[in-house]
Design a protein. Structure first.
Ligand code: HEM
Length: 526
């Protein structure tokens, strides 16, 4: 018996075809609108507001020009080290600035970015961005997910306010002082290793590697109470992921770019998963113990876990999920060691280059400590060291840029920045701008910070190594303390000079790093 007549079946097939056609048209029109029409509308609006920039192509935006190979002259070692690094690390920005000025639009794929190297404009943006108008760019949240997840550095809105409020007490003076001993111990162990090498006649070493490992150990112990062995595992995997995600040019902002490099995306995802599992194990065992760290003070993980204790929670508060806990740990593990290690590494390089400053710092340490072991009160008196610290953060800012995204239309002075527009604040560009700092902008002159916390910069927003506004770096006091401890201990034990094998070629790999390491020659002091 026939259930459907032939004509009914034909009508059903036709209907199905129309449905499919409708579905595909709808899907493609959505994609077209999302990745083409909306960006074009944003571009028109920005141009109407007076922002120009290099013309983008679809779907790469300006990536082709950004990734164009430039003949970077690997600088001659040591004798010709120049601190004029902006056009080396951001050649495309240096080029575009000549044509379009210090504020212009460029495109990462189909994502509009407002490039900013004008502190006055940044000031206006910053004061217009109170509340929740500015957040972190979705394109980076997605791209850097395996690295930071929804940790403090990436999260926005109420979640950011909530998490920052919980985390801030971990950086109180009491907690920082309690970390002092651990920082000294880790560093002393590292330096004992250096002394052993020297007793075997080995005087040259790549200090970047050593300092980075030490900084990772310090953050693992002080913030999470993690054993050296577990800390090392997390550290190695994070390093592998960083190199995978940021070492080569990628199609950030290009629609479906992850599908275009499936192997890389899969590897990054796998590494992210392995780190998450390791951290989850650590979190669970801390939960079983007690939310207090072993030495009685509340470290970062202790605070996060205590916050999750039902007995201490307010009725309106939400519990932090395991996902959030893992993401915060990842964020702090990475953010907490890499930048500090780089600041120290660049410092050692420059102290090798300017022995008069090495001598001045050594004398200051001697004067402040009177030959006694360092303590936290002494650190505050190391003022010349603080000038050097600031000058390093100016010339070789470990965080070379800061980004934001307009979460709604934002009025900045006379212009409206449309919702969805990203901002790229070129920290290196501002720190090397002669109109802000004078003709000696590319010289190493720590004394410029002697009488001014801004180093004599003509605009207070021209020096922003730790970002600005409410989202200023939460770890800035911790990092300065670690910097002073590690540097003091090194300078008291060794003299530093630069190895003739050193090649000066700073590169951006998320942070600003020496691409070929920093081989130094060390000698024990009498
Ligand atoms: C020389 C060392 C450091 C530099 C140059 C540095 C730089 C920065 C910058 C520029 C920002 C602002 C990012 C933005 O606004 O988008 C930031 C935020 C942050 N930093 Fe640091 N940082 C350093 C050390 C540290 C340390 C030691 C930690 C942790 C122990 C840390 C944790 C964070 C976190 C969690 C944020 C996000 C804060 C928020 O959005 O509320 N940083 N850092």
């Amino acid at each position: 018996m026939e259930v459907f007549s032939e004509s009914t079946i034909q009508a059903l097939c036709l209907g199905f075809r129309y449905l499919l056609l409708f579905f595909f048209s709808f899907f493609f029109s959505k994609i077209f609108s999302l990745f083409w029409l909306s960006p074009v509308a944003v571009r028109r609006q920005l141009r109407r507001s007076g922002f120009d920039g290099p013309p983008p192509t679809f779907p790469l935006g300006n990536l082709t020009e950004m990734y164009k190979k430039v003949d970077v002259e690997i600088e001659a070692p040591v004798a010709c080290i120049s601190h004029n690094i902006h056009s080396t690390v951001f050649p495309y920005f240096a080029r575009w600035r000549k044509t379009y000025g210090k504020v212009f639009i460029y495109w990462l794929g189909t994502e509009p970015f407002l490039y900013i190297a004008d502190p006055e404009f940044l000031k206006k943006v910053s004061s217009a961005g109170l509340g929740k108008k500015w957040g972190k760019p979705n394109v980076f949240k997605n791209d850097r997910k395996p690295m930071f997840g929804n940790g403090l550095i990436m999260v926005d809105g109420d979640d950011w306010t909530h998490n920052r409020h919980i985390i801030a007490p971990a950086f109180s003076t009491t907690n920082l002082n309690a970390m002092f001993g651990m920082m000294v111990d880790s560093t002393t162990t590292m330096l004992d290793g250096w002394s052993k090498f020297m007793s075997m006649g080995i005087h040259e070493m790549d200090v970047e590697k050593e300092i980075t490992r030490n900084a990772a150990e310090i953050i693992a112990k002080t913030s999470f109470g993690i054993s050296e062995e577990n800390g090392k595992k997390v550290f190695e995997k994070l390093q592998a992921m960083q190199s995978m995600l940021f070492k080569s040019n990628r199609l950030v902002g290009v629609p479906f770019s992850k599908i275009l490099s499936p192997k890389k995306s899969y590897k990054a995802w796998m590494l992210g998963k392995e780190i998450d599992e390791l951290l989850l194990e650590i979190i669970n065992s801390r939960m079983e113990e007690n939310s207090e760290s072993s030495n009685g003070q509340q470290d970062l993980l202790g605070l996060l876990l205590a916050r999750n204790d039902y007995k201490k929670m307010k009725r309106t508060e939400r519990k932090l999920s395991s996902r959030v806990l893992v993401d915060e740990c990842k964020t702090f593990f990475f953010g907490g060691h890499e930048t500090t290690a780089l600041a120290l590494t660049w410092t050692l390089l420059l102290l090798g280059l300017y022995p008069e400053w090495q001598k001045a710092l050594r004398e200051e340490i001697k004067e402040v400590s009177g030959g006694e072991p360092l303590n936290s009160d002494m650190l505050a008196k190391l003022t010349k060291m603080e000038w050097v610290w600031n000058e390093i953060l100016r010339l070789y800012s470990p965080a070379p840029n800061v980004q934001r995204q307009a979460k709604e239309n934002v009025v900045v002075g006379e212009v409206t920045i449309p919702k969805g527009t990203n901002m790229w604040i070129d920290v290196v560009g501002m720190h090397h701008d002669p109109t802000l700092w004078g003709d000696d902008v590319n010289e190493f002159k720590p004394e410029r910070f002697k009488d001014s916390i801004n180093g004599g910069c003509k605009h207070r927003m021209g020096f922003v190594p730790f970002g600005f506004g409410g989202r200023i770096c939460i770890g800035r006091n911790l990092t300065l303390m670690e910097y002073k401890i590690v540097l003091s201990l090194i300078l008291c034990k060794f003299s530093i000079s630069i190895s003739p094998t050193y090649v000066h070629s700073p590169e951006i790999m998320l942070s600003l790093r020496p691409s070929q390491g920093v081989p130094l020659i060390l000698h024990p002091l009498e």
